[in-house]
Structures are given as structure tokens and as C-alpha cells.
Design a protein around this ligand. Structure first.
Ligand code: ZN
Ligand code: ZN
Length: 359
């Protein structure tokens, strides 16, 4: 994405009452500068920006960071004090939601005479901005999702009775790396048979057996951006009841996808899928999580599709749509795609087929 554009947007919508803003969380520093680093500080004012990084990152930061001056970090607080003083800045907005109490205390002690604004305006502005993905950001997500789709297709050749959940998860992770993933977007979920009724179960050494549903929830990373997909396949055969549950989840997902466009209440979109699962099909209490979440540099971002959401969709949002039905101690099904909301509707970025596969 055009990083200087992201910085300019922050500068145009600067937190009220603040002369400067300090961004120290790795994810937000990366969002505004394009520079990944475990440590560093980005000082932004309405007219300029300075990125302070240590020796480990300085060479790369000078190449990568756009729209800001890159400075070698030596002693952070004296440097920050000098930068703030040179700009006549007296009030500093900080990322209250990303900071520990200890970090906040150190900052307060290290910057005497500077008023720290802890009202959360900076967090809200950053969240608002990151919720709207640019075409450049979406290109990275698309690349990550292509790796995810390709890895799933390849994995299907590997799955057979006797392979354990853990072996399948390892193979999936290996395939994603082979196809260009920088790392996993989150810990791969691979749960079969009775384990599949736990939405976020951990892969075990249980071997796949005929008659199992096998749910795989996984994602790759490209340029720091995450993908996220869930597919549920049947091993050997599927009973009528398994097919009925699968069809219900798929129908709920398709119904939700069909109503996603800008300007719709996120709660209503969740309700579209929930109505089919709980009311029409009668699986009350079996879909105990939200329909979907935003994703980007992080796997869980705002807004979300949930019964409690107060948000309305807008063009640029990128969310997962992942209804499920979980029958405790027996089996579960979840199907998850990711969609980018456009001016006219939404684009599904997930390429893998969704018809029930019996392997
Ligand atoms: Zn997922
Ligand atoms: Zn998800």
C-alpha cells in the first residue's frame, strides 16, 4: 500500500487536542511505515513524521519507510524530548489500547512537561483507518489467500484414514511455507471426528477414521497480511445427518454472502446466517460464535459480524464469513471465506470449492 498516504490520512484526521502522536506498537508502526521491526517508535505531527529504530533495523528502514524521516535510536526518551521540543509540542497522543501500564508509566516519567493524552482518540482513529483496506493491502491478502487455497488443494492428496490431525496440520504449514507464506496467520486448526465439535480445538495425535468430519482452519501471510479459510471435508463417507448439517452451514454462509454490501448493519448480516442455522434448521445453541471478523495485518480486527455489533459495513472492509454448527461430542462443520466489501457489493477472495468433499 502507499504508506505515505496512510500517514497523510492520520495527519488529516489528527487526534483532537494533540500536538503529536506516538506510535510504538509493532503492528501500527508497520501499518504507517511499511517497516516491520520488533522495536521502535514513530512520532507523528500534523506536518511531519520521524521513525526511530535501532541499529538492527536502520539500513532496511531507510530503504522501506516512506513519508517519514528515519533516525537511529540511541536513547529514546532524550531523543523524543528533543524532537517534541523542536516542534513546540506539549501534548502527545499515545496508543492506550496497545500499551502496558508499565510502558505508560515509563513514558510519563521519561517525558516530563509533556501531557500524555490517554483518552483513546489515537486508537480510535487508527482502528477506523485500518478497517478500510486499500487495493494495495488487498493485493497482499489476495496473495496470502492464493497460497492458502493452493495448500489446501495439495493437502487433499495427503489426507487418508490413519493420518493424524497433527500430521495433517504440519503438512499444511509446510505446504504454505513452500508456496511462499512468511509464516502462519495463526495456529492451524485441524480437528476431526468428535474433536471437530470444538471450534478452536488443537490438533491431536488421533488418526483420521472413516466417517469423520475433518475441519481445517488456517491462513498464510504475505507482506505481513493474513489470509483465513476454513474447510470441512468428510473422510470415507458422510451420513445423512452429516450432510444435512453441512448443507445448512453452506446455505447459511451463502445467504450471508448474498447480503453483504456497504451500508448494512453488521448485526443484520450475522443474523442472516444465524436465522437459517438456529430458526429454520433448528440447531439452536450450536452456533456459539460470531459470523465473522475483520482481518489484515492482524488476524482479528474491527469491525465484526456479531449479534452485538454496532457497526455498519463500508466499502474497503475485509471480513471473514464463517458460520458453523457444533454438535458436542459428535462432530462439527465450519465453512469460512473472506470477502472485500466494494462500492457495489463484495468480492469473495477465497478460491477453494465449498461443495462437500468426501475423501
Ligand atoms: Zn479461520
Ligand atoms: Zn476467521
Amino acid at each position: 500500500m502507499n504508506r505515505s498516504l496512510a500517514l497523510e490520512t492520520l495527519q488529516r484526521n489528527f487526534p483532537a487536542g494533540a500536538d503529536a502522536a506516538l506510535i510504538i506498537s509493532p503492528v501500527n508502526r508497520r501499518y504507517y511505515t511499511g517497516m516491520p521491526s520488533t522495536d521502535g517508535a514513530l512520532l507523528v505531527t500534523p506536518t511531519d513524521a520521524v521513525l526511530l529504530v535501532d541499529f538492527r533495523y536502520i539500513e532496511r528502514a531507510r530503504q522501506v519507510a516512506a513519508g517519514c524521516e528515519v533516525v537511529l535510536r540511541d536513547r529514546l526518551f532524550p531523543q523524543l524530548r528533543a524532537l517534541l521540543e523542536a516542534r513546540g509540542a506539549r501534548t502527545l497522543a499515545v496508543e492506550t489500547e496497545r500499551m502496558t501500564v508499565a510502558e505508560f508509566s515509563r513514558l510519563r516519567a521519561g517525558l516530563p512537561g509533556i501531557m500524555l493524552r490517554e483518552s483513546g482518540e489515537l486508537d480510535r482513529e487508527i482502528t477506523r483507518q485500518r478497517a478500510v483496506k486499500t487495493p494495495g493491502e488487498i493485493e497482499s491478502v489476495r496473495a496470502a489467500q492464493r497460497i492458502t487455497d493452493r495448500s489446501f488443494t495439495e493437502l487433499l492428496n495427503f489426507l487418508r484414514p490413519g493420518i493424524t490431525e497433527r500430521q495433517a496440520a504440519c503438512e499444511l504449514v509446510r505446504l504454505m511455507r513452500e508456496f511462499g507464506s512468511e509464516g502462519e496467520a495463526f495456529d492451524t486448526i485441524a480437528v476431526a471426528g468428535p474433536n471437530s465439535s470444538m471450534p478452536h480445538g488443537v490438533p491431536t495425535d488421533r488418526p483420521l477414521a472413516a466417517g469423520d468430519f475433518f475441519t481445517l482452519d488456517f491462513g498464510a501471510k504475505k507482506d505481513g497480511y493474513c489470509s483465513d479459510m476454513t474447510r470441512t471435508v468428510a473422510i470415507g463417507y458422510a451420513t445423512d445427518e452429516m450432510r444435512q448439517v453441512y448443507d445448512t452451514v453452506l446455505r447459511a454462509q451463502r445467504a450471508a454472502l448474498a447480503v453483504i454490501c456497504p451500508g448494512v448493519s453488521c448485526r443484520e448480516i450475522d443474523g442472516t446466517a444465524r436465522q437459517i442455522i438456529e430458526e429454520e434448521a433448528g440447531y439452536r445453541g450450536c452456533f456459539g460464535h460470531s459470523l465473522g471478523h475483520s482481518l489484515g495485518l492482524e488476524i482479528h480486527e474491527s469491525p465484526v459480524f456479531s449479534p452485538l455489533s454496532q457497526d455498519t459495513t463500508q466499502a474497503g472492509n475485509l471480513l471473514s464469513v464463517e458460520p458453523g454448527i457444533y454438535l458436542e461430542g459428535r462432530f462439527g462443520v465450519r465453512i469460512e471465506d473472506i470477502v472485500w466489501i466494494t462500492e457495489s457489493g463484495c468480492e469473495n477472495l477465497t478460491g477453494s470449492a465449498k461443495e462437500l468433499l468426501v475423501l
